[in-house]
Design a protein around this ligand. Structure first.
Ligand code: FE2
Length: 327
């Protein structure tokens, strides 16, 4: 048990002693969840996070939970020009030292042993922020994403609609992070999203002076707050990282508003930013909840998810199937 979790444990009756991460409760009290910060973790040698286990995991995951392409991308990579890698997912993991590839295994929490790991990390994080566990801290929709990349790979400029405990496990990596309150970097339209919208955003060289760079070796981690833009590059060795994410009640509400505003913009009705009109925001959230209800059971199967994405947002919304997955 770390000093940080020991202090938590003493305060909270021994519920948070997993010893997976070393979050400093004092730092959490100041920066969490508003600002990014670095921390250390103890997962680099975890058996579920080694290459052989990840190759087996890639072979088990549904195809739309795997995304991969060449790692030789630009920071402002045009999605339609993303070079592919012609290998099966498990082979990419096995050959990552030479494949020149970038891969993410999405929603690994759906595999029970990975789901337990995700839960344990989030319980420990909740403890460090003064809560009994992640549920009492309001951390919902726990998810895990594992990144496997060859040397000198780039993840282009993007943002994610969740809070993220990022942990680096092998090789070296740097994350270039930008303040999400700066609308001269991403404006309101760029914050809007819908399922299947490609995550890459335009990047201008002038942004670089406003970046904060977090450098990682195995055992390093960082907290990345909701929708803070970032791009990532690996160093001279292949790399493995994991992002353990969750949503807050405020993040869930904003996600619904960004989705509703994206749909209305496509219908020629651009909307005020979330927070400008309380009643309008509430109406959009209510409409979103009603519209989503009948779709929820359909989304459980991969084929139906793919069809719904294409029907609602066009064929390009299934971009990550790549060459091998195109029909
Ligand atoms: Fe990201």
């Amino acid at each position: 048990m770390t000093a940080a979790t020991a202090a938590c444990d003493a305060a909270l009756g021994g519920a948070c002693d997993a010893g997976l991460i070393a979050l400093d409760p004092a730092k959490m009290a100041h920066g969490f969840p508003a600002e990014p910060f670095a921390y250390r973790h103890f997962l680099a040698a975890h058996p579920l996070l080694q290459l052989d286990a990840l190759a087996a995991l890639a072979a088990r995951m549904p195809r739309d939970r795997l995304e991969y392409n060449s790692g030789r991308l630009k920071v402002d990579q045009k999605p339609e020009e993303t070079p592919a890698v012609d290998l099966e997912p498990a082979e990419i993991v096995r050959q990552i030292e030479t494949a020149g590839a970038w891969m993410v295994l999405k929603n690994v929490e759906t595999i029970p042993e990975y789901g337990r790991l995700v839960e344990a990390v989030l319980d420990e994080a909740a403890c460090a922020s003064g809560h009994r566990d992640r549920k009492s801290a309001g951390m919902t929709e726990p998810m895990g994403f594992i990144f496997v990349s060859s040397a000198h790979s780039v993840t282009p400029f993007h943002l994610d609609y969740e809070d993220n405990l990022f942990m680096h496990l092998h090789g070296d990596k740097a994350m270039h992070v930008f303040d999400n309150r700066d609308r001269s970097i991403l404006d309101e339209e760029e914050l809007e999203t819908f399922p299947g919208k490609h995550r890459n955003h335009r990047f201008e060289d002038s942004f670089a002076s406003r970046e904060r760079v977090f450098a990682f070796e195995a055992g390093d981690g960082m907290f990345l707050p909701y929708t803070w833009p970032h791009w990532v590059e690996t160093g001279a060795d292949w790399s493995i990282s994991m992002a353990i994410t969750w949503k807050t009640p405020e993040g869930l509400r904003l996600n619904k508003l960004y989705f509703a505003n994206a749909v209305l913009r496509r219908l020629g009705l651009p909307q005020p930013a979330p927070g400008r009109s309380r009643w309008l925001d509430s109406a959009k959230v209510a409409l979103y909840d009603v519209a989503r209800l009948p779709l929820e059971p359909l989304r459980r199967g991969e084929a139906m998810r793919r069809m719904l994405r294409a029907a609602l947002f066009g064929r390009a919304a299934n971009y990550y199937y790549g060459k091998a997955g195109k029909t």
